[in-house]
Every structure is written in structure tokens, then in C-alpha cells.
Ligand binder design. Structure first.
Ligand SMILES: NC(=O)c1ccc[n+]([C@@H]2O[C@H](COP(=O)([O-])OP(=O)(O)OC[C@H]3O[C@@H](n4cnc5c(N)ncnc54)[C@H](O)[C@@H]3O)[C@@H](O)[C@H]2O)c1
Length: 247
């Protein structure tokens, strides 16, 4: 990934940071975007120790203009863009009738609208560089999960958006793929515990019977799909879920 530039959203924590680390080890220069300023600064310091250039941008990606500005700032700094990894997301589970005002809209804005606006701004540059887009969806975008309708809908939407864009850009030199991980131990996953008095018989269907997925294994796949090695992948949704969606 030497001389390549990859923008990663949600890079301050969890899978975004793990992906940034993989790409830094492979030599890519990084543009990191997250709403968590302290986490972003810490991540950048850590990643620069691999000898790569790191640009950080602290902003709320639920605002479309911030998505467009993030792409523009990356191009202004590095002069090129080779990869876009849409990793940032929120998950605000609750009983549907108890959902807080604005939670549905926020989930849609961060998890679905932001990847769209980032992709829209990035596409001309990724076509020029024969680059790649990797969207992080979820196994619960395939297998439904109780108390999580908004999140599941955005992840299912992201999978279909990936495929639709892959069709539209079939004849261009850009690859567009998604990954759908099962449960990983990150701050986002811990939000599932916030549901009051959940019915365990409803949660059973989307529970990780073989245990959680290793975040580093998913990060390896995201980094691979963002690299030139993944030439055979376009419009794919790679499920890494220890069998969660199997039945
Ligand atoms: N953890 C799991 O079990 C799991 C399972 C399947 C898919 N995923 C997906 O993996 C991805 C990474 O999540 P994670 O588990 O590492 O969680 P995480 O909470 O550790 O990371 C999410 C990051 O997104 C950032 N973010 C949230 N809202 C933002 C906003 N408005 N603007 C900019 N940045 C924002 C957060 O600050 C955080 O750094 C997400 O797309 C998530 O849906 C997670």
C-alpha cells in the first residue's frame, strides 16, 4: 500500500482503528475521520509510529457537508485517494416504542447517508486511481435482530447500496464491496446491553452460537478489499460471522 492514500471513517475506535493499523503496517498514508477528537489524536500518534503520513479530521458525519469536506481535505493534503473504508456507525437499540426521539434519524444519517455522501464525493478520484470502496455492514443486515430495527435496516440498506453502486460502476476501474461481520467486542456492541428487560427467546436467533468474531480478522478483510490484491471482488458482501447467518 506504499504511496496509496486511504480514508477511514470511525478510525478512533474498534474496527476502524484496527483497519487503520493494518493499512499503516502495509505502508498506506491515512486520512482518519471520527467524531471522537481524543480517540482520533491517540490513534494518529499510534499510527504515525509506522512511518506513514496521517491526516485527522474530527467531525460529525451525520452532516452531509462534513462528508464532502472530508474527501476535499484528503485530496488537498495528499493529492490523491486510493481507498475509502466506511466504518463509522452508531447502534442505538431499544424497544421500538421506547426509542428516543431522533435516534432513528441519527442511525440513518451516520450508517447509511454518510457512506453515500462520502462515496459520491470520492468516486471520481477513486475511478482515477483505480481504487476501492469498502463498506462495513453487519450480519444483522442479513439476519434480523430484535430491538434493533433502525440499525438492521441501515446495514441491509448498505449491503444493497454496495451492490447497486457496483452495478452502476461495472465498467469503471473502481471496486466496491462490503463486509458483514458478526458480533465483535467493541464499545458499539456493548450498547446491546442497554435494552430494558429484553426477551431472551427473541435474541437467540441472532446470537453468536460459536462466540464473537475477532476484530483483527475483520480488519484484515477490510484492508485486503481496499488493496490492489482484491481484483476479483466487486459488488461482494463478505460475511465473517462464525455461522450466525447460516440458519
Ligand atoms: N461490534 C460489533 O459487534 C459489530 C458487528 C457488526 C458490524 N459492526 C460494524 O463495525 C463498524 C465499526 O464499529 P465498532 O464495533 O468498531 O464500534 P466503535 O463504536 O468502536 O466504532 C465506531 C466509530 O464510529 C465513530 N462515529 C460514530 N458516530 C459518528 C459520527 N456521527 N461521525 C463520525 N464518526 C462517528 C465513533 O466515534 C467510533 O470511533 C460499524 O460499522 C459497525 O456497525 C460492528
Amino acid at each position: 500500500m506504499k504511496n496509496k492514500v486511504v480514508l477511514i471513517t470511525g478510525a478512533a475506535s474498534g474496527l476502524g482503528l484496527a483497519t487503520a493499523t493494518r493499512l499503516a503496517v502495509a505502508g498506506a498514508d491515512l486520512s482518519l475521520v471520527d467524531v471522537n477528537e481524543a480517540g482520533l489524536a491517540q490513534a494518529a500518534e499510534q499510527l504515525r509510529s509506522h512511518g506513514v503520513r496521517v491526516l485527522t479530521r474530527c467531525c460529525d458525519l451525520s452532516v452531509a457537508d462534513n462528508c464532502q469536506q472530508s474527501i476535499a481535505a484528503t485530496l488537498a493534503e495528499f493529492g490523491r485517494l486510493d481507498g475509502l473504508c466506511n466504518v463509522a456507525a452508531v447502534m442505538l437499540p431499544s424497544r421500538t416504542t421506547e426509542m428516543q426521539a431522533g435516534a432513528f434519524e441519527k442511525t440513518l444519517a451516520v450508517n447509511l447517508a454518510a457512506p453515500f455522501y462520502l462515496i459520491q464525493a470520492a468516486l471520481p478520484h477513486l475511478i482515477e486511481s483505480a481504487g476501492a470502496i469498502v463498506n462495513v455492514a453487519s450480519a444483522v443486515g442479513i439476519t434480523a435482530q430484535a430491538y434493533n430495527a433502525a440499525y438492521c435496516a441501515t446495514k441491509a440498506g448498505l449491503i444493497q447500496m454496495t451492490k447497486s453502486l457496483a452495478m452502476e460502476y461495472m465498467h469503471d476501474k473502481v471496486r466496491i464491496n462490503a463486509v458483514a461481520p458478526g458480533g465483535m467486542m467493541t464499545p458499539l456492541a456493548r450498547n446491546m446491553m442497554n435494552v430494558t428487560d429484553p426477551d431472551p427467546t427473541l435474541l437467540g436467533r441472532a446470537s453468536p452460537l460459536r462466540g464473537l468474531v475477532e476484530m483483527d480478522e475483520v480488519a484484515d478483510m477490510v484492508a485486503f478489499l481496499a488493496s490492489d490484491q482484491a481484483q476479483g471482488y466487486h459488488g461482494a458482501c463478505i460475511v465473517i460471522d462464525k455461522g450466525m447467518c447460516a440458519g
